[in-house]
Design a protein around this ligand. Structure first.
Ligand code: ZN
Length: 507
């Protein structure tokens, strides 16, 4: 994380920090919010009290020099004195709000403000963009369809998108104790600041993909490899340039209330106008958090009252205990936009199974490299919409893939493994599928069988065709991919017989 990050602790209204906060909050077109609270120990009829609100602001450009993080100490500052400032920022159409599952934070924040002298809490945040949505959009881009919406922690997203590890040590520290330690301050600030950085990557990606014609030289381009390899599909629709709308927007600053039906804002707000790209992003992806009455009533539930880290831990434990269990639908399912053709990726530990699957006509790929990192395997499965088959328990615990995209094979013997996969994924194997795929490389055969003459020609300098085949009237198949020739010999018939039995096609 950036060591030059400007962090201000705001604990009173008559401080230079508060002046700075006001200045940034009323001028920044992008603001990221995060909150810390002390978890409740037992089921409770109230919400936890938010003790710290982190506000990361970025003025015009996507540069860290232009950003600052304010840690508003809600245990010290009189809440009514910051309520309006925050409320205005939450609903200002000129400020894009970023958060990580901020609805929960907003509920607790609302409750904290009403309990501590404010007439009303906060009911609405818009335009808003959740980091989870951003992540899903980036994923959608990568794999050409909606990624499974599994629960990913902010730390995992940071690691993946920014390549930085957030330390989670302090997440459960006591946020009600004062003074906060330096480490706590840095942790809290980083949690909010990284939201700005993830957004900058997203924005740069959209620019790169042509969401706008604007010069991107002022953008913070520094995408990780994972985003760079993603460029197939171009599924993000280029947003039409709405110049006319922008002009209307720019010239109607002063009468925005008429144009948008928004309650007229205080004159202190002097937000730098959103640039064209930001406007487009807000129009295309902007969300809204709206709290209902029922959201603001605490549910007497232990799980709900816990801090989100705690609930993440629970999810994780659950995942560990049932790892390897298959949860569909598979990525090739029509409901997920797939073509209905099962596709697998097999790691080194089940390489033999790959050949068996190919023998029964199933698309079974192996990793591109000899000794792939777990990461590469997971990426390949994701990119190619395959289910990763492995015997590696550690790999199957990976949260990176949805549970419908990884399966831990339990049987040890190849034939049993084949049957296990067929049954688990309810694969329908027909007789004409047997031996219909190159066992060497997983390629498909050229549609039309070759005659012996054609086969000899095709095999020249590459594969020897035994003389004993010459006088038999055999058909040959050639792999479209690696050009290997196959023929209907004894081996072939034995194999067909064997897989008829393994797949129980005779019964
Ligand atoms: Zn082949």
């Amino acid at each position: 994380m950036d060591c030059n990050l400007k962090i201000y602790l705001v604990s009173s209204t008559d401080s230079p920090e508060f002046t700075s906060l006001t200045r940034f909050l009323t001028r920044s077109p992008i603001v990221a919010f995060d909150a810390e609270w002390k978890p409740l120990r037992s089921p409770s009829s109230s919400f936890p009290t938010v003790t710290l609100l982190q506000v990361a602001c970025r003025l015009g450009h996507d540069s860290d020099d232009d950003s600052a993080v304010f840690l508003i100490d809600l245990t010290l500052i009189p809440l009514p004195s910051v309520w309006e400032l925050l409320r205005d920022a939450f609903v200002s159409p000129d400020v894009l709000k970023l958060g990580f599952r901020f609805k929960q934070d907003l509920i607790y924040l609302s409750s904290t403000f009403t309990q501590r002298g404010c007439e009303s809490g906060f009911h609405e945040v818009k335009p808003y963009l959740d980091i989870t949505s951003i992540y899903n959009h980036l994923q959608h881009k990568r794999i050409g369809r909606q990624a499974p919406k599994d629960i990913r922690s902010l730390a995992a997203i940071c690691k993946e998108v920014l390549g930085v590890s957030l330390s989670k040590e302090l997440q459960c520290s006591d946020w009600s104790l004062r003074p906060l330690t330096e480490a706590q301050k840095l942790y809290a600030a980083t949690d909010a600041h990284c939201l700005l950085q993830i957004f900058a990557v997203f924005k740069a990606k959209l620019v790169e993909d042509g969401i706008t014609e604007l010069d991107s030289s002022d953008l913070n381009v520094g995408l990780r490899e994972i985003l760079e390899i993603s460029n197939h599909g171009n599924t993000i629709v280029t947003v039409k340039i709405c110049k006319a709308l922008d002009v209307i927007r720019a010239t109607s600053e002063s009468c925005q209330s008429l144009a948008n039906g928004v309650v007229s804002r205080k004159s202190i707000r002097n937000t730098m106008p959103m640039d064209e790209i930001l406007l487009k992003i807000v129009r295309r992806y902007g969300e809204r958090i709206l709290l209902k009455e029922s959201d603001l009533r605490p549910k007497n539930s232990k799980r709900k009252a816990r801090r989100r880290v705690a609930s993440n831990t629970v999810d994780r434990d659950k995942q560990l205990s049932c790892c390897g269990d298959w949860q569909g639908p598979p990525p090739w399912d029509a409901s997920l936009g797939g073509d209905g053709c099962p596709k697998f990726l097999l790691d080194v530990m089940v390489e033999g199974l790959a050949k068996h699957l190919r023998c029964v006509g199933i698309d079974a790929a192996v990793p591109h490299s000899k000794k792939p990192e777990p990461r590469e395997l997971l990426d390949q499965a994701y990119r190619e919409n395959r289910v990763l088959l492995t015997r590696d328990a550690k790999l199957s615990r990976h949260q990176y893939l949805g549970k419908n995209q990884i399966y831990r094979v339990k049987s040890l013997l190849k034939n049993e493994q084949l049957l296990e996969v067929i049954e688990t994924f309810q694969l329908k194997i027909k007789e004409d599928q047997l031996m219909s795929r190159c066992t060497k490389c997983n390629g498909k055969f050229i549609q039309k069988p070759l005659t012996i003459e054609e086969a000899i020609e095709a095999a020249k300098g590459f594969q020897r065709i035994p003389n004993c085949l010459f006088n038999k009237n055999l058909e040959f198949w050639q792999c479209m991919n690696c050009h290997q020739l196959y023929w209907e010999g004894t081996q072939y018939h034995n194999a067909v017989q064997k897989f008829m039995e393994v797949c129980k096609l005779n019964e």
